[in-house]
Design a protein around this ligand. Structure first.
Ligand SMILES: [Zn+2]
Ligand SMILES: [Zn+2]
Length: 220
């Protein structure tokens, strides 16, 4: 019995941990990639809450984590508007051996992700929290765009209408992406009809009641 007591005593919270393979230092609050037990799967992504040493010579280090889920791991599965680097912050917490940490990564807020000049391997984004038991998301609704009325997928090129400011997928307006990129001005179908009618009063005030995802990249 004395032994278990000794091991309890040496349990110590650490401020940081150095990843063996990359020599990078992680701290609580950082996000990391963790090796899955099935090596054919993609690395898991987790947020570190606490780092703990269970013995005095810091051989046995545990991390308290909160898992990020990939869209395919969610109950509803991957949807068309989910980005390739999209993650959901789940309510699923765990304690793992620090040995399974492969590297550091960054989980950006949606807005900052859309502003990245380049997306590296270690860049991800999160715009939803996810309840792993019920499959529910917070927020449970986001703004939709285009004729197809889809939430914004930051992987997709979209063009903005100069009339109503809505955003459109090239394919939904009968264009290929290269054509869309060259557009100087674009008026969507309903706006060009309005123009022809020379309507004075505009009824094109934004129909988006929720502007949470109003962070589209600007058309250059
Ligand atoms: Zn569309
Ligand atoms: Zn328009």
């Amino acid at each position: 019995m004395a032994k278990t007591r000794t091991s309890k005593k040496t349990q110590k919270t650490l401020d940081s941990y150095t990843i063996k393979s990359t020599k990078k230092t992680i701290k609580p609050g950082d996000c990391v990639l963790m090796r899955p037990s099935d090596s054919s799967k993609e690395s898991y992504v987790a947020k570190i809450h606490k780092i703990e040493s269970l013995d005095s010579n810091k051989k046995n280090i545990k991390v308290h984590v909160q898992w990020y889920y990939r869209p395919e791991e969610s109950i509803g599965g991957r949807r068309q508007f989910h980005g390739t680097k999209e993650l959901f912050l789940s309510d699923h917490k765990d304690v793992q051996s620090a040995d399974t940490i492969e590297g550091k990564c960054i989980v950006h807020k949606f807005k900052s992700y859309t502003k990245l000049k380049e997306v590296g391997n270690e860049d991800f984004f999160c715009r939803f929290e996810y309840n792993s038991a019920t499959g529910a998301f917070v927020p449970d609704r986001v703004a939709v765009y285009c004729k197809c009325e889809m939430p914004y997928n930051p992987d997709d090129l979209m063009v903005q209408c100069d009339g109503c400011s809505d955003w459109f997928h090239p394919a939904c307006i009968g264009m290929v992406p290269d054509e869309a990129k060259k557009l100087e001005h674009f008026y969507c179908e309903s706006c060009s009809t309005e123009e022809q009618k020379l309507l004075q009063t505009s009824n094109v005030t934004s129909r988006h009641t929720d502007t949470k995802v109003g962070t589209k990249r600007r058309r250059r």
